[in-house]
Design a protein around this ligand. Structure first.
Ligand SMILES: [Zn+2]
Length: 291
């Protein structure tokens, strides 16, 4: 981000603070505070890229989150949404892909602090121990998690979720058996390896155009408790809690602060985006502003 963009964002954040406070109070009084779910990929101090945040920045974000939010599991978020019992600010933490580096500092930090986290992995890369193609292309063959590491995470209280077998973009897959191979099979594999129950699924890439109605239906029919997208947006107590919207765990603290304290622009932006996509069931759309 350029310095001028950074200054503009800070000005926007502080300039809209009165609105944020007012919107928060209104939503709290109705038990309808939007719940934010962050997704990270990799926390490490070497080989930086667009999906890596440094250990220090991650630690600072976690400390700020601890001071200002209930840090809750996806299950607890769904309960609050379903019961319209969201009277306290709350955030969930998730990770996608499954990078070995996360086991060095980030995940032990969360586990030691008792902070719930759902960790989505693509099972084929764990099994084969080969790097993701999107890293190989950039000449960064980063190591995926091993099965032993994932077993350690389960023991430490981290929830494991499925993120397909091969990190395939599912939007263009129309063959139901291939969809089941990417959505249902990794759950069975992970459950067999880790002796745990896999309840959540995260769509690779996770933008609106990366998700189809058919893929959504396969995930629902497979009995997942919830699925995660990654195009931003809040989770409102008025929407179907099966589909959980997630916000990027940006390395910049000002962006995180802006998004998580009821950005006045967010609901309208997401609503406009969602209207263009027919796969999104009308009952699961964001249909209200937090105010
Ligand atoms: Zn991914």
């Amino acid at each position: 981000m350029t310095i001028s963009r950074h200054i503009a964002l800070r000005a926007y954040y502080y300039g809209t603070w009165p609105y944020r406070r007012w919107a928060f109070k209104q939503a709290a009084a109705r038990g309808q505070i939007p719940i934010s779910i962050l997704f990270y990929h990799r926390v490490a101090d070497y080989s930086p890229n667009d999906w890596t945040i440094s250990n220090e920045r991650f630690k600072r974000q976690v400390r700020w989150l601890q001071r200002n939010f209930d840090l809750i599991s996806l299950e607890e978020a769904q309960r609050r949404l379903r019961e319209r019992a969201s009277a306290r600010p709350a955030v969930c933490l998730t990770f996608d892909d499954g990078y070995a580096d996360n086991c060095t500092h980030a995940l032990p930090l969360l586990a030691d602090a008792g902070i719930p986290c759902t960790y989505f992995v693509s099972s084929r890369f764990v099994q084969d121990q080969r790097p993701f193609p999107h890293d190989v292309i950039r000449n960064q063959p980063l190591a995926p998690n091993t099965i032993d590491q994932l077993r350690g995470l389960v023991r430490a209280g981290i929830e494991i979720g499925a993120h397909t077998r091969t990190h395939l973009n599912l939007a263009s897959v129309t063959d139901p058996s291939q969809l089941r191979d990417e959505i249902v099979a990794p759950r069975s594999e992970l459950e067999a390896w880790l002796d745990c129950t896999v309840r959540y699924f995260a769509f690779p890439y996770g933008q609106l155009q990366d998700i189809s109605q058919l893929a959504m239906r396969v995930a629902r029919d497979a009995g997942y408790q919830g699925v995660c997208s990654a195009y931003g947006g809040y989770n409102m107590p008025t929407a179907d809690p099966f589909h959980l919207r997630r916000i990027h765990g940006d390395p910049l603290m000002i962006r995180i602060k802006n998004w998580l304290t009821i950005d006045p622009r967010q609901p309208a932006i997401v609503r406009r985006l969602e209207q263009k996509f027919t796969w999104l069931d009308p009952t699961s759309r964001v249909d209200g502003t937090p105010s």
